[in-house]
Ligand binder design. Structure first.
Ligand SMILES: NC(=O)c1ccc[n+]([C@@H]2O[C@H](COP(=O)([O-])OP(=O)(O)OC[C@H]3O[C@@H](n4cnc5c(N)ncnc54)[C@H](O)[C@@H]3O)[C@@H](O)[C@H]2O)c1
Length: 332
C-alpha cells in the first residue's frame, strides 16, 4: 500500500503510546482514522489533539477482547466513514511482569487475552469485510521485540507476542492473493503509558496476579519507558514498511542483524553441539555489537542505564505469599 490519502485506517489502542503515534502519522498522510481504545480518558485526550487539527478522526470505546463490540465497531466505521477500513492496525496491548513460575491463570488470561486474543478478534472481524470490499489494503500488528526472545520474567507477554508474530505471518501468506499486505512491527522500548496497564487496565475478574505489582513497580517501569522510542518515529518506520510491503519491521538501523542474532539460538537448541555452543556463548559478556543493539532497542547505554530486573522496588519478583518461588533461583 503506497497511497494513503482519502483512505480509512482503524487502529486499536489508538488513543495512547504507539497507537496514538500511528493515528497521528496516518492522519497526517490524509487518512480518515478510527481510534478504538479501552480507556475513555485516553480517547478524550487524543480527540482533543485531533479536534484542534480539525482532522477526520473518530473515537470508539472498544475492549478488543469483546467480540460483539468489535463487530459493532466495524459496523460503526462503515456508518461514519462510508466504507470498510483500508488499513487495519492492531496495536492495543498490556503487560505485567514477574517470574514465569509465579504466573497465575489470570495473568495468562488477561495478557494473552488482550495481546493475542485482541489481534485474533481484529482479524476475524475485519478480514472477511476487507476481502468482500475488494479494494486490497494492509493489516499490521504492533507486536514486540519480545516475540523473538524467551521471557523468564515476562512469559505470558512474550508467548503472546511470539504467537502474534506467527499468526501475522500466516495471514501474510493467506492474504497475498487478495492484494492485502500484512506486517508485523517489532519494537522494543517505546515512550508510552503501558506501565499503567497492570493497575489501570486490568479487569476485576482477572486481577489475581502471581507477581509483585504495585504503584512503586509501575513507577519504575515508567522511568524505563522514558528512554523509549517516540511513538511518532515508530509510526514512520511502520509507514515505510507498509509502503515497501515488508512483513517484518524491526525499527532500528541494525534491525536485520538483530533478527539474525536472535534466531541463531534455534539452530543451537537443535543439536547437542549447538547446546554446548549456546552455553559457552551465554558465559561470555555481551559483545560490543550486542551492547550497541541493546542501546538502539532500549534507548540508553546498557552499561549505565536502568537495570530492568535488579532494582530495589521488586519489579520482576513474585507476590510475597508464593513461597515456592525461590528468589535465589531467579533467571537472568
Ligand atoms: N511500550 C513498550 O515499550 C512496548 C514495546 C514493544 C511493544 N509494545 C506494544 O505496543 C502496543 C501499544 O502499547 P503502548 O506501549 O503504546 O502502551 P499504551 O498503554 O501507551 O497504549 C496502549 C493503548 O491500548 C489500550 N488498551 C489496553 N487494553 C485494551 C483493550 N483490552 N482493548 C482496547 N484497548 C486497550 C490502552 O487503553 C492504551 O490506550 C502494545 O501491543 C504493546 O505490547 C510496547
Amino acid at each position: 500500500m503506497k497511497d494513503f490519502a482519502g483512505k480509512i485506517a482503524f487502529i486499536t489502542g489508538g488513543a495512547s503510546g504507539a497507537g496514538f503515534g500511528q493515528a497521528q502519522i496516518f492522519s497526517e498522510a490524509g487518512m480518515k482514522v478510527v481510534i478504538a481504545d479501552l480507556r475513555q480518558d485516553h480517547l478524550d485526550e487524543a480527540m482533543a489533539y485531533f479536534k484542534e487539527k480539525d482532522a477526520p478522526v473518530h473515537p470508539i470505546r472498544l475492549d478488543v477482547t469483546d467480540r460483539e463490540a468489535f463487530a459493532a465497531a466495524a459496523d460503526e466505521v462503515e456508518e461514519v466513514f462510508g466504507a470498510t477500513p483500508d488499513l487495519l492496525i492492531l496495536t492495543a496491548g498490556v503487560n505485567v511482569f514477574g517470574p514465569a513460575e509465579a504466573s497465575t491463570y489470570d495473568d495468562y488470561d488477561w495478557v494473552v487475552g488482550v495481546n493475542f486474543g485482541g489481534v485474533v478478534n481484529g482479524l476475524v472481524t475485519f478480514v472477511p469485510r476487507m476481502i468482500k470490499a475488494n479494494k486490497g489494503g494492509h493489516i499490521a500488528a504492533t507486536v514486540s521485540w519480545a516475540a523473538f526472545n524467551p521471557g523468564p520474567n515476562t512469559a505470558p507477554y512474550n508467548a503472546a507476542k511470539a504467537a502474534v508474530l506467527n499468526l501475522m505471518e500466516s495471514y501474510f501468506v493467506a492474504l497475498k492473493p487478495y492484494g492485502i499486505g500484512v506486517s508485523a512491527l517489532c519494537p522494543a522500548n517505546i515512550k508510552s503509558r503501558i506501565y499503567e496497564a497492570a493497575i489501570k487496565n486490568r479487569p476485576d475478574h482477572l486481577k489475581n496476579t502471581g507477581y509483585n505489582v504495585n504503584e512503586e513497580t509501575q513507577k519504575f517501569l515508567a522511568s524505563f519507558h522514558r528512554y523509549g522510542m517516540e511513538p511518532r518515529d515508530l509510526a514512520l518506520w511502520l509507514k515505510k514498511g507498509i509502503e515497501n510491503e515488508q512483513f517484518l519491521i524491526v525499527p532500528y538501523p541494525s534491525g536485520v542483524r538483530m533478527v539474525e542474532l536472535a534466531v541463531r539460538r534455534f539452530v543451537d537448541y537443535a543439536s547437542p553441539e549447538g547446546m554446548k555452543r549456546l552455553e559457552e556463548r551465554q558465559k561470555q559478556p555481551p559483545t560490543e555489537e550486542e551492547l550497541q543493539h541493546i542501546a538502539e532497542r532500549e534507548g540508553y547505554d546498557p552499561r549505565t542505564g536502568p537495570r530492568m530486573m535488579e532494582n530495589t522496588v521488586g519489579f520482576g519478583k513474585a507476590r510475597k505469599d508464593l513461597d515456592w518461588v525461590d528468589p535465589n533461583k531467579k533467571a537472568k
